[in-house]
Design a protein around this ligand. Structure first.
Ligand code: G3H
Ligand code: 13P
Ligand code: ZN
Length: 333
């Protein structure tokens, strides 16, 4: 049993309290490899932004949970080496689906876990979330839960008909489950294809697809029911068109990829939304940079020569999110 405090990590209690009061959001960036982790820490050390490093089930399968945990421990030391005296880094399990998985993360030094039982009926979601909360809280580990179902582009429903979180359920859910933060569904979804083209309008000036707006009315209803309670937005990549264009220019085949416009995320960050999850944008930045090197320097075969530019490009993306979208720069001096 290792406690996260011994690794220099922090849970989300203070981070979220300050973010809700200050009208900004903490970046929650997924990581699967060393270059992503380095880019995240460089960006956060340079901007003095608190950060949540997220490990998904896909990351656990790809890179191994133990390795990622040691990388997060290394991230704290790396941040200090970069001159960030008091790094505020949380290591979080993204979309945990069983009690056993959440327990194993708590036991090996994660400072926060998500139990995603949103696909279960209401009572079962409360029951499983409560079981994780009771275990995690013994070790001061914070717990994120989810209520409502995020739409997928594969769903045979339009964004308006997706299973938005029901504001009338949130008080009972948060009170009975004891969760520390709540992920809600207001129209975001995972991946680079968040909306079907037929759900979007076309911007006459640029020809780009403009997706339907997020359900801010639902968010504000939830805020009224749970004043000051930390709210989480998953599926919040913006799918930058420059990255999509670069990927396609250098041999990729991403068609009609659409994300959440940044001005809507900026608005959400000012509300009780205090954690914004971004993964796909980093994947796009990495892929675009690697494709460019492969196309322009076909004789290059040293991985550092393409993973290095990919790391720089991700760092630029993370800094942009921190400074211009979430407003978390300077909040962890
Ligand atoms: O929640 C989705 C995240 O983007 C993680 O995805 O399971 O493919 O790593 P992944
Ligand atoms: P994106 O796919 O929009 O980056 O969302 C990531 C996420 O929600 C991870 O939990
Ligand atoms: Zn998610």
């Amino acid at each position: 049993m290792v406690n996260y405090k011994d690794l220099g990590l922090v849970n989300t209690v203070e981070m979220f309290k300050k973010a809700v009061a200050g009208g900004y959001a903490i970046p929650a960036f997924n990581f699967n490899n060393m270059e992503q982790m380095q880019a995240i820490i460089q960006a956060c050390a340079e901007t003095k932004s608190p950060v949540i490093l997220q490990v998904s089930s896909g990351a656990r399968k790809y890179a191994n949970q133990t390795i990622l945990r040691y990388m997060a421990e290394g991230a704290v030391q790396y941040a200090k080496e970069l001159g960030w005296e008091h790094p505020q880094i949380c290591l979080h399990l993204d979309h945990g689906d069983t009690f056993e998985l959440c327990k194993s993360c708590v036991d090996m030094g994660f400072s926060s876990v998500m139990i995603d039982a949103s696909s279960l009926p209401f009572e079962e979601n409360i029951k499983l979330t409560k079981q994780v909360v009771e275990y995690a809280h013994k070790y001061d580990v914070t717990v994120e839960a989810e209520l409502g179902v995020l739409a997928g582009v594969e769903d045979e429903v339009s964004a308006e008909e997706s299973h938005y979180t029901k504001p009338e359920e949130v008080i009972e859910f948060a009170t009975r489950s004891g969760c520390d933060s709540l992920a809600i569904s207001i129209g975001t979804s995972h991946g680079a294809y968040k909306f079907k083209p037929e759900q979007c309008k076309v911007d006459p000036a640029t020809g780009r697809l403009v997706p339907p707006p997020l359900a801010f009315d639902v968010l504000h209803e939830i805020e009224k029911k749970l004043p000051g309670f930390p709210i989480v937005l998953h599926g919040s990549s913006s799918v930058p068109q420059e990255e999509v264009d670069t990927i396609n220019k250098y041999g990729g085949a991403l068609k009609a990829a659409v994300g959440i416009p940044e001005e809507q995320l900026r608005e959400a960050a000012k509300s009780a939304v205090c954690k914004i999850n971004i993964d796909s944008d980093s994947r796009l930045a990495m892929t675009a940079a690697i494709r460019k090197v492969f196309a322009e320097k076909p004789a290059e075969f040293d991985p550092r020569k393409y993973l290095g530019p990919a790391r720089d490009s991700m760092k630029k993306l993370y800094m942009h999110k921190i400074i211009n979208v979430l407003g978390s720069a300077g909040k962890a001096e």
